[in-house]
Ligand binder design. Structure first.
Ligand code: 13P
Ligand code: SF4
Length: 365
């Protein structure tokens, strides 16, 4: 076994063929000690090595069920944190490039959420009246905040069930960091738009009056996904004009108008399932990240289905793209040589309450 950690420098200069050869060799030598999890948005060159794939909820469940020593997460930072929180003490969550973050998750942080909670406390009894709900696309300390304050985590596939759970306990929800998922979920529960207020964390009292706070059932953090904000209602309108029989499916991180104009709205896993199970020869406009859409288009082509990307411009999850074959090769070679690199560890004082909020989610969905 090598004694020192293998440096990344040489991996960037490898030819594609050499890089893939080294991934295969290191993967084979690790055997069952490692499992590779890939989110649906992962680039094709990496996705081909996935042992397990899925949306955030499915990957969280899979991460908690595996007994591999190394959980190599080809996703983004918050996903690897969830894997660390849910896995056993002998297991390690690894993120092949530490720069693979989520820009939406970065739109909320503990300081701002605690300030929001304090400011809301000047108008309401927060512990009795508001359930904090964090989208899984958030840092572990925000999940811990929810765990400590009677709150819960949700994903794009269980947001409705989680909101129902929350409203059974308290009158209002503070939902962060994605205003769009929160709004679409509230709309699905029949909450009028004027009972949902946007909380701007950069303004005093979120930019709201006490009256607005008292009237709101849902307080929506002013955050969004930079990829999904690119899909616009006019893209759907021109698709419908050109293809009146076409069908539209979107991710709930898209803005309200896009979701409202879509035939279906669902998580990445749901999007794949619906298009896969659709009748042959149907045409689809899909509002989610390009890698997923390209892969789906290729898969269903043989059934005569046409799958089209919603935006005219290329929009990918550029942070998830940072996990590329050189980073995967470097990570696996180090692990195979006994050097743990890029381990994601959530400190115990955050992991315990974050796990509580995640367990509430599993129980409620
Ligand atoms: P899913 O849970 O639907 O996979 O969504 C995760 C995500 O980050 C979408 O942008
Ligand atoms: Fe985050 Fe958006 Fe990327 Fe999803 S697509 S991981 S929300 S930046």
């Amino acid at each position: 076994m090598n004694t020192s950690r293998i440096d990344f420098a040489a991996f960037g200069a490898l030819t594609d063929a050499d890089c893939h050869e080294r991934i295969r060799a290191a993967r084979a030598s690790l055997g069952a000690r490692a499992v590779i999890l890939c989110h649906h948005y992962q680039r094709a060159e990496v996705y081909q090595y996935a042992d397990l794939t899925g949306d955030s909820l499915r990957l969280a469940r899979l991460a908690s069920a595996t007994d591999a020593e190394y959980i190599v997460f080809c996703g983004v930072h918050f996903m690897a944190e969830v894997a660390d929180i849910l896995s056993g003490p002998r297991q390690m969550a690894i993120l092949p490039d530490l720069a693979a973050g989520c820009s939406m998750a970065d739109m909320a942080n503990l300081t701002k959420v605690e300030r929001c909670w304090r400011e809301l406390g000047e108008t309401l009894d927060v512990e009795e009246g508001i359930t904090p709900v964090t989208y899984i696309n958030s840092a572990a300390d925000l999940k811990a905040f929810c765990g400590r304050h009677g709150g819960i985590v949700c994903t794009s596939s269980n947001a409705r069930a989680i909101a129902e759970w929350s409203f059974r306990r308290r009158e209002k929800i503070l939902f962060f960091p994605d205003q769009h998922l929160g709004r679409w979920t509230g709309h699905g529960l029949g909450i009028p738009l004027d009972e949902m207020q946007v909380w701007d964390p950069d303004l005093e009292n979120g930019g709201l009056t006490p009256e607005q706070v008292r009237k709101a059932r849902l307080l929506l953090w002013k955050g969004h996904c930079s990829v999904h904000q690119m899909f616009r209602p006019e893209h759907i309108e021109s698709f419908r004009a050109a293809h009146p029989d076409g069908l539209v499916i979107s991710h709930p991180e898209c803005c309200f108008e896009v979701c409202r104009l879509s035939d279906h709205v669902g998580s990445t896993e749901r999007i794949v399932e619906i298009v896969r199970d659709a009748a042959p020869n149907t045409r689809w406009l899909v509002g989610t990240e390009l890698n997923l859409v390209d892969r789906l288009a290729e898969e269903v082509k043989a059934q005569g289905k046409v799958v089209q990307f919603m935006a005219p411009t290329v929009c990918m999850c550029s942070t998830m793209q940072r996990i590329d074959p050189p980073h995967l090769a470097w990570t696996l070679e180090n692990l195979a040589a006994g050097h743990v690199v890029n381990r994601i560890t959530v400190p115990e004082h955050e992991a315990a309450p974050a796990k509580l909020a995640l367990e509430r989610m599993f129980a409620a969905s």
